[in-house]
Every structure is written in structure tokens, then in C-alpha cells.
Design a protein around this ligand. Structure first.
Ligand SMILES: CC(=O)N[C@H](C=O)[C@@H](O)[C@H](O)[C@H](O)CO
Ligand SMILES: CC(=O)C(=O)O
Length: 303
């Protein structure tokens, strides 16, 4: 069996770090990486949905990964999401990620056209073949991608020895068991939806990759610890607080990522705003954002 321990833990989805003019910031990317290392997370998931990859060029995505690796290499697990929706560009990013020494690459399926399983398998295997010495993680997020990872497709993909598992962001928690049942402990399944992190872990997720971890890593780390210690009541209590915070952050005019970046800024870490067409925060959001920031600091203080 492979040693997959480096994937079992709390892995924040990394946020896009921009300069004030909206260009990718090398310096701020490094600062966010260091910030997360200091919080004791297991790793980072770079250039995924939360990283706004869908709105970035290949060159920008390379620059981001290079700057994460400058700080993170050898210290924490780095998973690079490389999908670009066309095979050639994704392969270019996969080869680049391997050259930097990432632990794994990950990919959503091709979006917009709902392709059949055999075409999706070809796409993923082509990407994996461009990084032949790197673990490959399938990113299942049907509500956004438009296609879901089926068990037959997963089994087909497992014929590729680089495929180590699934980051599962579908909403039914039972999907995690379905994937876990295919290859057990010789695979990793990550919980996607942060709002059900504890439920996902209970039913078998090895760890979690999530979009809200980076703004409150302490809470996810503590919930995970409580679960490991068998303290379900405490794990549930922390999860409830996490969910209330997420609902509160989602109630602004500005996009969730814009809100979380503002909270980080208030706490002393400026990584810029979000890229259009994501909505930026507006002045009317500020009281609610301040409230969210307080909810987070109160919940951390109560740990
Ligand atoms: C749809 C989506 O982006 N899901 C993310 C990844 O699975 C989550 O981590 C969310 O960002 C999080 O659960 C907040 O809703
Ligand atoms: C949220 C998440 O997991 C992503 O950035 O893809």
C-alpha cells in the first residue's frame, strides 16, 4: 500500500492573491502560503475554484504555483489543480507542476459540453501522462462542472496507477462512502463541502479540501482533532459554528471569496480582492463582514 498520510488532514483551498491593480501578486502569494503553514495545516490546494483558476491565464497559474512552492516545498503537501478545459493547456500546467515537485495534481472534468465517460477518462489520462511521476486526484464537483464522477468512470481511472483518489464536492455525504468503498485505505477521498466537513469525515473522508478553511483554519483543525479523539459532541459544536459563519459570509453583496479576503485583510494579511466577474464587496457589506470576523474570532477563542 502507498503512503497516503500526507493527504490525511486539513488542506485549505488557496486563494488568488492579487496586487491592488488586480495582477497576480508573487509577494502576497508567498505571504498567504507562510500564513497557512504557521497555522499548521496539512497542505494547500492551489489554483482550484477558490483560487479563481477559471478567470486566470496559464502564465498566471504558473506564477502562483511557483510562489507557493518557494515557501511550501518540503514543508506541507501541495496539490495543484491544473484543469484548463482543453487538454493541451492542462497538460502544460501538469508538466509545469511536476517540474516544481508538487505532491499531486488534480483536475475537474471538462466543463460546458457534457462529455461521455470515455472522453472524460481520456482527458484525465492525457493530463496525468504529462506528469507521469505525480499523484493524480479527480475533482468531483457536479453542481458546477455539469457532469458527475460515476463509479464505472472512477474504476476506469483507477487503472492509472497515478490516480490516488477523489476530492468529492458533491452534496450527498454518502457519495464519499461510495468512492471509499472502491479502494479503501489505498486511496484518499477528500470532503469537499465545508458545511458538512464532520459528516464527511465520519462516513470515511480521509481529510478535507475546502474553500473556507483558509479564513478559519483553527476551527477545521479543532473539529478534526475532536473527531479523531472521538468527541463527537465537540466536533458537532464546532461544525455548527463553522456553518453559521459560512451562511453569514454568504449573505453579502460581495462574493464569498471577496468577503473572506476582506476578513484576512482586517486581520493583517492583505491579498487583494477578487477578479471580475466575481462581485467585489461594497461599503454596505462592511458591518456584516465585521460581524463575520467577530464570529470567527469568538469561535476560535472558545476552542
Ligand atoms: C462548490 C464549492 O466551491 N465547493 C467548495 C469545495 O468543495 C467548498 O469548499 C465551498 O467553498 C464551501 O463549502 C463553502 O460553501
Ligand atoms: C473549494 C475548493 O476546494 C477549490 O478551490 O476547488
Amino acid at each position: 500500500m502507498r503512503d497516503l498520510e500526507k493527504y490525511r488532514g486539513i488542506i485549505p483551498a488557496f486563494y488568488a492573491c492579487y496586487e491592488d491593480d488586480g495582477s497576480v501578486s508573487a509577494e502576497r502569494t508567498q505571504a498567504l502560503t507562510q500564513h497557512l503553514i504557521d497555522k499548521n495545516v496539512k497542505g494547500v490546494y492551489v489554483c482550484g475554484s477558490s483560487g479563481e483558476c477559471i478567470y486566470q491565464s496559464k502564465e498566471e497559474r504558473k506564477l502562483i504555483l511557483e510562489n507557493v512552492m518557494k515557501i511550501a516545498k518540503g514543508k506541507i503537501t501541495v496539490i495543484a489543480h491544473v484543469a484548463c478545459n482543453n487538454t493541451a493547456d492542462s497538460q502544460e500546467l501538469a508538466a509545469h507542476a511536476e517540474s516544481l515537485g508538487v505532491d499531486a495534481i488534480a483536475s475537474i472534468p471538462p466543463i460546458y459540453f457534457h462529455l461521455p465517460d470515455h472522453a472524460i477518462a481520456q482527458y484525465w489520462n492525457d493530463i496525468s501522462s504529462a506528469a507521469p511521476n505525480t499523484d493524480f486526484i479527480i475533482y468531483n464537483i457536479p453542481q458546477l462542472a455539469g457532469v458527475a464522477l460515476s463509479i464505472p468512470l472512477y474504476k476506469e481511472m483507477l487503472k492509472n496507477p497515478n490516480v490516488i483518489g477523489v476530492k468529492n464536492s458533491s452534496m450527498p455525504v454518502q457519495d464519499i462512502q461510495m468512492f471509499k468503498d472502491v479502494k479503501g485505505d489505498d486511496s484518499v477521498v477528500f470532503n469537499g463541502p465545508d458545511e458538512q466537513f464532520i459528516s464527511g469525515r465520519l462516513i470515511g473522508a480521509d481529510g478535507g479540501i475546502g474553500g473556507t478553511y483558509a479564513v478559519m483554519p483553527e476551527l477545521f483543525l479543532a473539529a478534526d482533532e475532536a473527531l479523531k479523539a472521538g468527541n463527537i459532541a465537540r466536533a458537532k459544536e464546532i461544525q455548527y459554528k463553522i456553518d453559521r459563519i459560512i451562511y453569514a459570509m454568504c449573505s453579502c453583496h460581495g462574493n464569498l471569496y471577496a468577503v473572506m479576503k476582506e476578513i484576512l485583510k482586517m486581520n493583517g494579511l492583505n491579498i487583494g480582492g477578487v477578479r471580475k466577474p466575481l462581485a467585489s464587496i461594497i461599503p454596505e457589506d462592511m458591518p456584516q463582514i465585521e460581524k463575520c470576523r467577530e464570529m470567527i474570532s469568538t469561535a476560535i477563542a472558545q476552542l
